[in-house]
Design a protein around this ligand. Sequence first.
Ligand SMILES: Nc1nc2c(ncn2[C@@H]2O[C@H](COP(=O)(O)OP(=O)(O)OP(=O)(O)O)[C@@H](O)[C@H]2O)c(=O)[nH]1
Ligand SMILES: [Mg+2]
Length: 308
Amino acid sequence: MAIFSGLVSKVKNAANKWSQGVSNLFSDSPLTDGFWDELEERLIGGDVGVEASERLISDLRQVAVERRIAHTGELKEAFAGMLIKCLDEIPGMGSPLDISSVPSVVLLVGVNGSGKTTTAGKLAAMLLKQGRSVILAAADTYRAAASEQLKAWGERASVRVIAQSHGSDSAAVVFDAIQAAKAAGTEVVIVDTAGRLHTKSNLMDELAKVGRVVAREAPGGVGESLLVLDAVMGQNGFAQAEAFNRAIPLSGVVLSKFDNTAKGGIALCIAQKLRLPIRYIGLGEGTEDIEPFSPPDFVHALLDMENA
Ligand SMILES: Nc1nc2c(ncn2[C@@H]2O[C@H](COP(=O)(O)OP(=O)(O)OP(=O)(O)O)[C@@H](O)[C@H]2O)c(=O)[nH]1
Ligand SMILES: [Mg+2]
């Protein structure tokens, strides 16, 4: 049953006081103006974003009038439905990796420390568990310890890691990895790229070059390019998305470190502002701490509701 799925229990554990605060607003209390003020404050305070919060509240007010609702608890179901709709209206929300061509290439991009290498390791382990063959490409050739870090993930998951020496061309590493995958018939190449500030144009050009190599060498081109966004950064992480999208068209977001944020509303804000699907959510530092993003499961966990 979906209610026991990893996402629900992990989000419930992680979803902290913020979501409890929102959830507790829906109770036996009479519906007063104070409820609307408090709901708005909590949504905006929880990183849902001003525009999305205002829209949600105006829609919910309409429901309250139409249905002549007297107690806040009667609005909870409708509110959950609105949150799910907000997320579901973005095409591809929660869809699994497209690994239809062999080899398929999955690029992980993002600013420094967002969780790319960890996500690469987790996704490799997840695909392996699904019976897929995987190669990891250590395209972070900047940071001295980067390929060692990826190799440790490779060892943990028993996945081959293609790396070159520190300072070498990251596009060359990706080229090598694709050739190795072709030679071995490996189904998926997961590319861990270097963290980069989206404002550094030379680094963004380098990413575009990696994209061109993948487009040329992989049969399906850039299958997936996922922006790994740190949930703790909240809306401060948004400026980067546009710049990354320009260097390499993004196919979605991995929302990492959700277990560390005190503001679970960021997922809704990503949907509204970035119009990019959240594909996976990171909920810890361990191999298994990644889950496909399911809007109904996520919202029901946030609002502490049973899944329908
Ligand atoms: N709690 C928690 N920690 C995470 C998660 N994902 C990554 N981390 C931690 O965040 C830190 C940075 O993760 P990395 O995977 O090295 O990030 P990165 O984007 O590869 O970093 P650079 O290569 O330096 O740009 C590490 O300490 C990870 O263990 C997550 O979902 N939850
Ligand atoms: Mg890294």
